[in-house]
Design a binder for this molecule. Structure first.
Ligand code: 2P0
Length: 325
């Protein structure tokens, strides 16, 4: 028996991932860039256990079955095939973010699972290999292996599609939780629908490569304003291409739009802030560290507000004493 524990944090993309070119290998249609956060951690314990009949997965204290368990089992199958093992595992995961509300819980979830499962099955993988492994569970999880700003390369294939660190401006992110309920349509399903039905999909993929190149340049130049402009325009482009699917999908609510407008008004008043939003109505706003409190105060009227900073990539931690018994 071997028990390992890992902790991972979600990431919010500034250049978004939306669409795959290979679903089996989980290769993205284009590269992306994100900030790993220092809040909303997932902590996952993996116990490889020959004495149990099959994999078990408990999330926030609730035993999982069906699709939720199936996704974990398929991921463990991949780890087992790499490790030459057939032993089942018990996975126990605590997620501090509201699951499925567009706060990237699958990113922290699969990043933590990749790190804990690889170690529990005796694999010795470097950071790039762990990022590639996490990618197979959920694309955006590849980026949660990295501290702070992270670029996930689209790559030529499995070997070259992983995330690595990027140096860029120091910033804060204000997360405005508009609605913490589970979203109506998962990212994975909506992403597939967009790729299959949007007349704008090709333009989205091609322009994302250009946005990523510009973002990497802005990060290299430590140019917060340009990072912000690219962030906001790229988020709106993603929501535009999602809305152009057939049938249409719309994740932003009237409150989300009001926050985007409020952030424009803040800029007009001389405070630099820029909005982004994932596959849900919650909005994340980036600012320079000194402006974070002021922006957070202006956004309190729209929902629960949290100021977050750059956080660490997924790592092993000590197994809690109670679980190690
Ligand atoms: C991102 N999102 O770049 C984008 C922006 C949501 C909106 O990556 O199918 O859960 O597991 O690879 O990673 C969410 O998609 O999808 C996502 P899968 P994932 O953060």
């Amino acid at each position: 028996m071997s028990t390992k524990t890992a902790r991972a944090y979600p990431n919010i993309a500034l250049v978004k991932y939306w669409g795959k070119r290979d679903e089996a290998l989980m290769l993205p249609a284009a590269g992306s860039l994100s900030l790993t956060l220092d809040e909303f951690a997932t902590t996952t314990i993996v116990r490889v256990d020959d004495t149990v009949a099959e994999d078990q997965f408990v999330l926030n204290g609730a035993p999982q079955s069906g699709d939720s368990l199936g996704r974990v089992t398929r991921f463990l199958d991949l780890v087992r095939s790499m490790a030459g093992s057939s032993a089942p595992a018990a996975v126990d995961s605590i997620n501090e973010a509201p699951t499925g509300a567009g706060l990237a819980s699958s990113a922290s979830g699969f990043a933590a699972l990749a790190v804990a499962a690889a170690a529990a099955y005796g694999l010795d993988l470097d950071r790039a290999a762990l990022s590639r492994l996490a990618r197979r569970g959920s694309g955006s999880a590849a980026r949660s292996l990295v501290d702070g700003l992270s670029v996930w390369h689209a790559g030529d294939g499995d070997e070259t599609s992983f995330a690595e660190p990027v140096t860029g401006p120091d910033m804060r992110m204000i997360i405005v939780t508009v609605d913490s309920r589970q979203k109506a349509i998962s990212s994975r399903t909506a992403m597939r629908l967009t790729a299959l039905t949007s007349p704008f999909y090709q333009g989205w993929v091609e322009s994302t490569e250009a946005s990523l190149a510009a973002m990497l340049e802005a990060c290299r130049d430590n140019d917060f304003s340009r990072v912000g402009r690219i962030t906001e325009s790229h988020a709106l482009r993603m929501h535009a291409v999602i809305q152009s699917s057939d049938p249409p999908v719309r994740y932003l609510s009237p409150t989300s739009i009001a926050i985007f407008d409020e952030v424009v008004a803040l800029r007009d008043a001389g405070v630099e802030a820029y909005s982004t939003a994932d596959a849900g109505p919650n909005v994340a706003v980036i600012t320079r560290p000194d402006d974070a409190e002021r922006v957070a105060t202006a956004l309190e009227q729209y929902g629960e507000v949290r100021i977050v900073s750059a956080g660490p990539g997924a790592t092993l931690i000590d197994t809690p004493a109670k679980a190690a018994e």
